[in-house]
Design a protein around this ligand. Structure first.
Ligand code: NAD
Length: 363
């Protein structure tokens, strides 16, 4: 069956790592028709918007996409394309597997964690009250009248909504993910001891949903303790599910355990829709240099192939990436013991080495 997939190359290093990724996916033999559309700052100059309608239409139609990173210029009033797409398609789950690869520099070995982050609520809901504004003063007065709590007049305020609906679907997603990916345990992470009505609600929902999954172990951890445990005993953990803010922080912590953002893939998933992307950004200083590491985007493609039911191709690609990194010969500068190693290869040569491995494995 031929899959039609939206490809958003992105900007900065996006187009180079996207080209490398398409090359290795095609080597697996999976039949894909790419619907290539673009978004971001470069598109703005031509089309007057960072997120053209044709990008939205393409993902709406194909329901599955892969994207390179997109720059969010600071202080220009651009809304992040990434955040807009997640909102528009209600992609409520951000899935970030963090797995050790032999050959990638890291203080830790044999890590195999999956961080599942709620993507739509919490302090990231964008409900912000600016210091000194009339509405902020009204909110401060309202809180004083209802709770007898005095908030300083020179405060800015961000609101943290956490709902039963949002918590239930993300926790259920985590348990279903564990079940479908042969994972044995889900840990719910929170700060329910302090934020009783938001994190407390998340924990309550977590426990209720967990009780429906006899085949999967469950436990909960307070987020600060979780961070310490992850650096002390990461082997004790399997799938983690977290509200938005903790999910953001802990997924970078987990990426750090396996060698950093260069090897951390991700997927944003909603009901019947998924967009896969590397965790790192557009690294503008390396744009067009054929220098950066395409592993995170290639591993995002592995997640995508699994999602569309092409498990064999996914395994073929993942093994080829792992083997190439482990051998350490045809790898980018960041995977060499010394970053100035002249034997480091470029992005496209890294992809060629993986294509060779895939072809050999196919025989
Ligand atoms: P970044 O991830 O682009 O770069 C952080 C560091 O990692 C830099 O030193 C960079 O050179 C290095 N790096 C990143 N990817 C690499 C790779 N594949 N191989 C080797 N080295 C790599 O983060 P930043 O500098 O904070 O952000 C740059 C831009 O990217 C910003 O505009 C930001 O908003 C955007 N961004 C986009 C996404 C996305 O599209 N999902 C995610 C994060 C950041």
């Amino acid at each position: 069956m031929k899959h039609v997939i939206t490809l958003i190359p992105g900007d900065g290093i996006g187009p180079e790592i996207s080209e490398a990724t398409v090359k290795v996916i095609e080597a697996t033999g999976v039949e894909i028709e790419w619907d290539i559309v673009n978004a971001g700052a470069d598109v703005y100059e031509k089309e007057g918007t960072v997120l053209p309608q044709k990008v939205i239409d393409s993902l709406k139609k194909n329901k599955i996409g892969i994207k390179g990173p997109i720059t969010t210029p600071v202080g220009t009033g651009f809304r992040s394309v990434n955040v807009s797409m997640r909102k528009l398609f209600d992609m409520y789950a951000c899935v970030r597997p963090c797995k050790s690869f032999s050959g990638v520099k890291s203080k830790f070995k044999d890590i195999d964690l999956v961080v599942i982050r709620e993507n739509t609520e919490d302090l990231y809901a964008g409900i912000e009250f600016e210091k000194g504004k009339g509405e902020t003063a009204e909110l401060i007065d309202f809180i004083k009248s209802k709770k007898e709590i005095e908030i300083r007049k020179d405060s800015g305020i961000s609101i943290k909504p956490i709902s039963v609906t949002g918590s239930e679907r993300i926790v259920r997603f985590a348990f279903e993910y564990a079940r479908n990916h042969d994972r044995s345990k889900v840990t719910g992470v929170h700060k329910a001891n302090i934020m009783k009505y938001s994190d407390g609600l998340f924990l309550e929902v977590f426990k209720k949903v967990a009780s429906e999954y006899d085949d999967i172990q469950s436990e909960d951890r307070i987020v600060d303790n979780m961070c310490m445990q992850l650096v002390q005993k990461p082997e004790l953990y399997d799938v983690l599910v977290l509200p938005n803010l903790y999910g953001d922080i802990v997924s970078d912590l987990a990426a750090g355990l396996v060698g950093g953002l260069g090897v951390a893939p991700g997927g944003n998933i909603g009901k019947g829709i998924a967009l896969f992307e590397p965790t790192h950004g557009s690294a503008p200083k390396y744009k067009g240099l054929n220098k950066v590491n395409p592993t995170a985007m290639m591993l995002s493609a592995v997640l995508m192939l699994k999602y569309i039911g092409e498990a064999k191709a996914a395994d073929l690609l993942e093994s080829a990436i792992a083997e190439n990194i482990s051998e350490g010969r045809y790898v980018t500068y960041d995977l060499k013991p010394d970053r100035d190693d002249p034997s480091a290869v470029g992005t496209s040569q890294f992809a060629d080495a993986i294509v060779d491995k895939i072809n050999k494995a196919k025989g």
